[in-house]
Design a protein around this ligand. Sequence first.
Ligand code: PLP
Length: 377
Amino acid sequence: MKLFDVYPLFDVTIDHGKGCYVYDEKGQEYLDFYGGHAVISIGHSHPRYLQTMQEQAAKLCFYSNAVKNPLQVKLAEKLGKVSGYDDYQLFLINSGAEANENALKLASFYTGKKKVIAFSHAFHGRTSAAVNVTQNPKIQAPINSTFPVEFFELGDIDGIKASIAKGDVAAVIIEGISGVGGIHIPTTEFMQQLRKVTEENNVVLILDEIQSGYGRSGKFFAHQYTGIRPDIITVAKGIANGYPFAGVLISPKFTPVYGQLGTTFGGNHLGCALACTVLDVIQDEKLVENAAKQGEYLMQQLKSMSIPGLKELRGRGLMIGIEFDYPYKEVRNRLIYDQHVFTGAAGTNVLRILPPLCIGQKECDLFLERFEKSLKG
Ligand SMILES: Cc1ncc(COP(=O)(O)O)c(C=O)c1O
């Protein structure tokens, strides 16, 4: 059997990783400023993560959601404390798209409505409802348009107010910082206005923190820079440092109903144990603070560099976009093949910097030096 060939691949085979570095099968070291798409939070092969994996796997990897699972309760308690959402409820699933799928379903159950407001450059995943609120016709199949969606530009509060005034909107879904869309940060003023208009009209505000959450922005959630509290927050990526796992944080105003949501694998024992260890490491190693500190350093250094064709530098913490006025392709290829640095990308012109949250100044300097070389060709 052949693989279903949907991914354009770099000609690199990653064999193992350690901290902020990954290695190919010949032992060549790469600096990982991509984190496997913002997934690696505490670093590759963290010893505490490996220990938890071994211990929990030896005990129990999985049993169904039909029985009590104290690890889920432990994770919910820890996540509530670390994130500042102690009074919220947690529903566990396996991927980011599934988190948004369930968030949108909950909003629709709660309001009895089905229209959703989303944003032009946002990405929320590829399952049916998640892709319907992602404005990219290339990844939407005809069966995905099952409910009405209105897209607005970030900041267009007047348009949103007019739409909500019609009375048929169930939810607004917005990323803490847009990732795939190229690192766009909603302003504090806009977020506060959005919270106000949704609250006043009983519209559910869903914050997709799948990429921008779990410390990446320098706060636990990116929206915490704006002082608002959404009704639902979705998390995935960094939650279990590479083990497929995700969550929906749900405000106390939602009353759970038996059977309304469900999953076979979500909240499995191994995933919960790993997610607890990830939170312990994030706290013990002060990784949120580190993301803020290293992000600030990187940003300052990038600002002081002369970057030919630079259009804009955007970002917070370790979620940085470098937008060129030309396609990044050659620069990114040189970074990977000549300088051995992985970076992310968005569209054709934005390089996305998404390293593990445990990078130090040494790794930042190494990145800056190699980035400068890759710009020269
Ligand atoms: C903001 C955001 N939401 C949702 C998703 C979808 O997550 P997953 O690929 O785990 O389904 C992504 C993935 O890149 C994302 O960046």
